[in-house]
Ligand binder design. Structure first.
Ligand code: AQP
Length: 333
């Protein structure tokens, strides 16, 4: 059986990369896969400090973005992670399955912990084990993610394999990453070599899902570029990360490919391209943003969706967790 699991952290500043690299793809997948769980991963969020009041608001914001983008809460399971305790319980078991050496190799921890590793939370280090639990608590088989999560998914496969080997049963499936679309890695508007990110202190580096029309246009106008006109072929973008990023964003928003965008804009400068990109971004994002705002004003509705989703998720995860507990040898009622 095929089952999709994916998540977004409610860490604030939900951005265009999260939308194009994740949420928009999920909208499409719900038509291909009958069984999809989409999770607001609040347990992951607190691996770095979150103001409790903001965490609540950001959890609702991510859920609102999912629904506004077109994920149907009736057909899919939309919920926040902390409402289903199986995630944390299975994560503990995986803490005992995963090896320190595996986690030591995770580049995201190194990037996020920075130079001051001693002061990073233990949760940040063990993050990939919790991610494995998120997926495997449902025996998820396919996980749509951006490029940045590829290494973590390899670790999920290692954990599943070791668990199956240690407990002598092909219990967990081998998870397949689904990395697709033209926007698997949307880069910062200020630096084409770093990922567009919620935690970047420069607000101009990203388009937030809550930015208004003027904000979107201004950020695109100010985006870093180079003095050359756009090339006519994709090869001409080599060594031009900022230009490649803006063309990639255009292609993703227009649902086309880089070649088609260069076919239209090749030879033109950014003075012509940026306004076209701003118009396209506003046209594509505005309807989603309007619906998001409406939902964020209706917290009760969003909370109801999350609660109903958590009940469904809990039923699925509890059955699998009980089997895991039996395999591990935990005495239970
Ligand atoms: N820049 C991006 N381009 C394409 N996809 C992206 N994703 C994140 N950034 C980009 C994808 O969005 C999903 C949810 O990500 P997350 O909430 O787990 O956050 P993250 O991957 O840690 O990246 P963020 O959003 O920028 O947060 P910070 O600043 O905390 O690192 C994932 O599928 C991810 O691949």
């Amino acid at each position: 059986m095929k089952r999709i699991f994916s998540g977004v952290q409610p860490t604030g500043n939900l951005h265009l990369g999260n939308y194009l690299g994740a949420i928009r793809n999920w909208v499409r997948l719900q038509d291909e896969f009958e069984d999809c769980l989409f999770c607001v991963v609040d347990l992951h969020a607190i691996t770095v400090w979150q103001e409790p009041k903001d965490l609540v608001a950001n959890t609702r914001e991510v859920a609102a973005a999912m629904i506004a983008a077109g994920i149907d809460p009736e057909r899919n399971v939309i919920f926040n992670q902390s409402q289903v305790s199986a995630h944390a319980e299975l994560a503990w078991i995986f803490n005992c399955v995963a090896r320190l050496g595996w986690l030591d190799r995770m580049t995201q921890f190194k990037e996020k912990a920075g130079k001051d590793k001693e002061r990073a939370s233990v949760g940040l280090y063990a993050y990939p084990n919790l991610m494995a639990a998120d997926i495997l608590a449902y025996k998820g088989t396919h996980v749509p993610v951006g490029e940045d999560q590829k290494q973590h998914l390899e670790l999920v496969r290692d954990i599943a394999q070791k668990f199956n080997h240690d407990y002598g049963q092909e219990f967990f499936p081998q998870v397949e990453p689904l990395i697709f679309g033209t926007a698997t890695r949307v880069m910062s508007l200020k630096d084409g070599s770093s990922k567009m990110s919620k935690s970047d202190s420069a607000d101009n580096s990203r388009i937030n899902m809550t930015d208004n029309i003027d904000g979107i246009a201004r950020k695109i106008k100010k985006a870093k570029t180079d003095p050359e006109p756009l090339p006519s072929e994709a090869q001409g973008l080599d060594g031009r990360p900022e230009a490649a990023n803006l063309v990639g964003i255009y292609a993703a928003l227009a649902d086309t490919d880089v070649e088609a965008v260069l076919g239209e804009f090749g030879g033109q400068g950014f003075g012509a391209f940026k306004p076209a990109l701003a118009d396209l971004a506003v046209a594509k994002l505005s309807p989603v943003q309007d619906e998001m705002r409406r939902l964020m004003d209706d917290a009760e509705h969003v909370d109801t969706v999350l609660h109903a989703g958590a009940e469904k998720a809990n039923d699925l995860a509890t059955m699998i967790l009980q089997e895991v507990q039996d395999l591990v040898g935990f005495l239970r009622p």
